[in-house]
Design a protein around this ligand. Structure first.
Ligand SMILES: [Fe+2]
Ligand SMILES: [Fe+2]
Length: 336
């Protein structure tokens, strides 16, 4: 039987569910689903996580019990409690019969979840708390430089594929983002790197992957730029926390106190341009999306969110490893 025909009460599969625990409240775990956040006792959450990997819609409850070595009745009770909070994967139905409201609601909900999750887990959170090495701070700035520099090219691909009002918005967005790597360059200069070595450096594979995934998604559906903007663009700028971060990086790593001034100027500029609000100001444009692309759009957005997780791991791995070139070097013909 195809997955699309299955009864997910019998072959458990759930809606996108994120489990977050916080150090200061170890007994409670937060479960985020598209329709809300629930507090679950950590003991129950850990039980669910033991069976979660098998809840793909390809295993029935007996199968999950065999694979997880957890008794059937315990699994049934976990599944029942998740059904109770409406966390079961929705039954598949033809995309063409979805209403415009349903499409907008779901895309809006997906971007809200991933925007919040990216904000909570982004590498900059660790960096701003002084929890990484000095090289990782420089590496993060280098990757941000490349990421910001390549973003207008991805936006241009979207505007080439768009028409009407969406095209106008995308042309304007591209224009606004062009050259913004200048802000990051200034911070890198303050960190002690030269203009030439920054400009001639090569981004990590994960940074390039983010760019590829943007381009892939935007050529499939240019309207997805609005969804991505909601996920990646900063919501607002807080001068007090920027000052706090400057102090931490100065005290812990000895960076110039004004090193990130230009970096935060960029956050402020983009936030004033309203990039994060592009989606909510143009929600109606989502109605023009061809419904047959909806599954792919959601899946690719999910990949993008994970590409940032990968980038975090790679930045820490590459820039912390003794002997790795800083910045990452272009490997030319004569290097061989
Ligand atoms: Fe920007
Ligand atoms: Fe921006």
């Amino acid at each position: 039987m195809e997955l699309t025909e299955k009864d997910f009460k019998v072959f458990p599969k759930f809606r996108h569910n994120l489990w977050t625990s916080y150090e200061d409240v170890p007994d409670m775990t937060c479960l985020t689903v598209s329709h809300g956040v629930y507090e679950v006792p950590t003991e129950e959450a850990s039980k669910f996580l033991k069976i979660r990997s098998f809840c793909t819609g390809y295993n029935n409850i007996v199968g999950i019990a065999e694979k997880s070595k957890i008794p059937i009745d315990e699994i049934q009770s976990i599944v029942d409690s998740l059904i109770e909070i409406d966390a079961l994967h929705l039954p598949f139905k033809p995309l063409e019969i979805l209403t415009k409201q349903e499409i907008i609601y779901t895309l809006d909900a997906a971007t809200k979840i991933w925007s919040e999750q990216l904000y909570d887990t982004h590498i900059s959170r660790d960096i701003f708390l002084g929890k990484t090495s000095k090289n990782v701070v420089i590496g993060w700035l280098l990757e941000t430089y490349h990421y910001v520099k390549s973003f207008p090219d991805a936006l241009e691909i979207a505007s080439n594929h768009a028409g009407g009002k969406l095209k106008e918005i995308l042309i304007e967005y591209t224009k606004q983002e062009k050259g913004h790597e200048w802000f990051i360059l200034q911070s890198l200069l303050k960190a002690g790197l030269s203009k030439q070595e920054i400009e001639n450096s090569i981004p990590l594979i994960s940074t390039r992957t983010i760019d590829f995934l943007f381009k892939e998604l935007f050529s499939l559906e240019p309207c997805a730029v609005l969804l991505v903007a909601r996920i990646i663009e900063a919501e607002d700028f807080d001068v007090n926390s920027a000052n706090e971060v400057a102090k931490i990086l100065y005290e812990i790593h000895g960076f110039p106190i004004d090193m990130l001034k230009s970096f935060f100027d960029h956050v402020e500029v983009d936030s004033k341009l309203g990039h994060h609000q592009l989606l909510e100001n143009n929600l109606k444009l989502l109605e023009e999306i061809n419904p047959c692309r909806l599954h792919d759009i959601v899946n690719k957005l999910h990949d993008i969110k994970h590409a940032f997780d990968l980038q975090k791991l790679e930045i820490k791995d590459y820039y912390d490893k003794i002997g790795n070139y800083l910045p990452r070097q272009y490997v030319d013909f004569f290097a061989i």
